[in-house]
Design a protein around this ligand. Structure first.
Ligand SMILES: Nc1nc(=O)c2c([nH]1)NC[C@@H]1CN(c3ccc(C(=O)N[C@@H](CCC(=O)O)C(=O)O)cc3)C=[N+]21
Length: 289
């Protein structure tokens, strides 16, 4: 297929992210104290360093304050837990984010459980997972919450639609299914063990790819006219150059879909905007107590 057949509307992330950031800045300005986000990262994984720097810069640009705790790779479980306890107790800290993935010697589940659910701006604490799945107010993982905002921004209402999510991670697939169920979609969660995956994905009015494999979704897997949301960010290392970012969706899908998010410049920018939205929401709730 050629580029000239690529007819899908491009669902660009930046305009939707800007709208969300503007709302967030306005809400933040109404609070008596600037909301504060504490970001914890261990080690020097280049992707984590770059994401955390992006989150920190965007927080300041949006009128929030933030602190980055950059700890050595060798930080022990006990040291990390002590820092989380300190941040939990600090009345000036509204949101806590521990950048994932953590080094292998750290028990990730124990760390996420230790974060005060009211400061859990990532929405990874089981308390918030339970609140999401019981359709109660919750802090919800930033990427799927950002996808919901993007859909709304572009006038796409999932109510009554068939949505297929490929991927069942705790960070994207599962919370995405909860949010879309709450938004009255008919949701299927497909994954690596799904039999005849293309037959399942061809049922989707809205197809969400969160697999982590570059260009996994091909045109034959997509119903003509479907909306395709690409959550994948796969880094293709290149010698002497910055890594190229590839989505989970093959670009040729644009010849079948009615609308599609690009990578980069699609869901990624929504994630960061939503993190700040979650931080302001946490600060608003804490101010009421
Ligand atoms: N506790 C925790 N919370 C997270 O939310 C979290 C995490 N850990 N670990 C890693 C993933 C990944 N993630 C991204 C955020 C922004 C972009 C983003 O802005 N992407 C841009 C491109 C950025 C670039 O050029 O590298 C885009 O897609 O256009 C991508 C990925 C948050 N994560």
């Amino acid at each position: 297929m050629t580029a000239s057949e690529n007819t899908a509307q491009k669902l660009a992330g930046p305009p939707a992210a800007e709208a969300l950031l503007k709302e967030t800045a306005e809400r933040s300005a109404k609070l008596t104290r600037k909301p504060h986000l504490s970001i914890v990262r261990l080690g020097e994984d280049p992707a984590s360093v770059s994401y955390v720097a992006g989150k920190d810069a965007k927080a300041r640009a949006t009128g929030l304050s933030s602190t980055v705790h950059a700890l050595p790779e060798e930080t022990t479980q006990a040291e990390l837990m002590a820092l989380i306890r300190q941040l939990n107790e600090d009345g000036n800290v509204n949101g806590i984010l521990v950048q994932l993935p953590l080094p292998k010697h750290i028990n990730e589940e124990a760390v996420l459980l230790a974060i005060d659910p009211d400061k859990d701006v990532d929405g990874f604490h089981p308390m918030n997972v339970g609140r999401l799945w019981t359709n109660h107010p919750a802090s919800v993982p930033c990427t799927p919450q950002g996808v919901m905002y993007l859909l709304k921004h572009y006038g796409i209402d999932p109510a009554g639609k068939r949505v297929v999510i490929i991927g069942r991670s705790n960070i994207v697939g599962r919370p995405m299914a909860g949010l879309l169920t709450n938004a009255h979609a008919t949701v299927t969660v497909a994954h690596s063990k799904t039999q005849d995956l293309p037959a399942v994905t061809r049922e989707a009015d809205i197809l969400i790819a969160a697999i982590g494999k570059a260009h996994f979704v091909t045109p034959d897997m997509v119903k003509p006219g479907a909306v395709v949301i690409d959550v994948g960010i796969n880094r293709q290392e290149r010698e002497g150059k910055k890594p190229k970012l590839l989505g989970d969706v093959h670009p040729d899908v644009a010849s079948v879909a009615s609308a599609m998010t690009p990578v980069p410049g699609g869901v990624g920018p929504m994630t960061i905007a939503q993190l700040l939205g979650n931080t302001v929401a946490a600060a608003e709730m804490q101010a009421k107590r």
